[in-house]
Design a protein around this ligand. Sequence first.
Ligand code: ZN
Length: 210
Amino acid sequence: MKNVILIAPPAAGKGTLSDSLCKEYGYISLSTGDMLREKAKNDSELLEMIKTGKLIDDKTVFDAFALRLNEIGDSSYILDGFPRTVKQARMYDEMLSKLNRDLGVVIYLDVEEDELLSRVTSRIVCPKCKRSYSTRNKSLLPKIEGLCDTCGESLVKRSDDVAEVFDHRYKEYLEKTKPLIDYYKSKGVLYTIVSTSVDETFNLVSEIIK
Ligand SMILES: [Zn+2]
């Protein structure tokens, strides 16, 4: 399996896709937050930075990243929410070439703004396992109305799943992510997925990563 960098606007179904890929193909999902927390176990300075919410510099992030890559060995992995900037993307390229590892593919979930907004406003989540459902999308309806399929908890609406918060996040996303998409497009590793359902997205991505 090829390594995957996932790029998607808020509410495009990144989490759902990532979970399916891990379950179906044995991918490991890597987030910089987890890597930093892991490294902080033996690094009191870093622990303090995380605790106080200080902005963590790229070098520290990449140190934690290299450590984690070393741990997972040859397993294929998914990067969700990283790199965030073109600068980080370049640093990531350098790190990969030093470690003699392959970038794999960059998968961009391209979803219309109207559709995203509709997903956000119809989203309900399980407070226990964080799995998300929809009150509108048939493929994401819980089996029993209002209850989590996995743990039976009552599903809730998140307070930030409203139009105003979405608009702000979407604008921020466009500003920050567009250059990253262009960067990976120019390297010839970008695959754009335009899809209407969770299953279709999964099938299209499955073809790309094999
Ligand atoms: Zn649950």
